[in-house]
Design a protein around this ligand. Sequence first.
Ligand SMILES: C[S@@+](CC[C@H](N)C(=O)[O-])C[C@H]1O[C@@H](n2cnc3c(N)ncnc32)[C@H](O)[C@@H]1O
Length: 234
Amino acid sequence: MSRWKEIEDFLELMEKIYARAGVRAAAVSPETGYFLHSLVRLTKPEVIVEIGTHRGVSALWMARALKENLNGHLYTIDIYLQTSMAEAQDLIKSAGLSDFVTFIKAPSVPDGVNYCKKNNLKIDILFIDGNHNLEPCAADLMGFWQYVKQEGLVILHDTKLSSGWRGPHFVMRTIDATIQKEQSFRFIELPVVEGLSIIQKKELPPPKIMPYLVYRLYLIWAELKFVLKGNKSP
Ligand SMILES: C[S@@+](CC[C@H](N)C(=O)[O-])C[C@H]1O[C@@H](n2cnc3c(N)ncnc32)[C@H](O)[C@@H]1O
């Protein structure tokens, strides 16, 4: 089957899934799902951890991208307040993606965090879409942060008040105070209706806090290294 046909079939499948009664209610929108799929295709993560499986819709978008990447695994955690793990598993199975997903039925904190520790998971993408109240949402970010790789991404869903939720919004607003002490990071809030924020964990402090002269010297050194490698200077 051609690559284009495969994509077409997948989008048709997603359309049918979204048309099912009740599916859209708590799931990511098709646009956000498509974004998650693209992000996984582009960044080629080895490990994705999702907090909040629900019916498995966002898991399906990401797992499908892992299959297309021919690599990577998704660990998805939920206590299944209104849905069942069997339902989510069936959805993933019906799309032929079971090999790419591990379902963990447990509270994200502390059990999900302990799972990461026990299995020595080093997370490339952490997707937080579990309990949307302030304290549990902050606990998710703080609990899993240590298992996110340097340069890894944390995606926080529903960060705009227009999503109807306060937790993710205020976690984003207070993130400086919570993680900036030990770690450097950068964050972008995408201007989508429900709010989708991306945090990237950074190893180095951002250049703006380096003294200006040191930063200039660093740029000259980087340029020199680039040219010495046989590249053309712009
Ligand atoms: C908004 S839904 C997730 C939607 C899903 N990501 C999607 O787009 O298809 C939130 C889910 O978080 C789960 N949840 C709530 N509190 C949790 C906790 N402490 N640990 C794990 N999951 C939790 C709920 O059971 C619910 O299924």
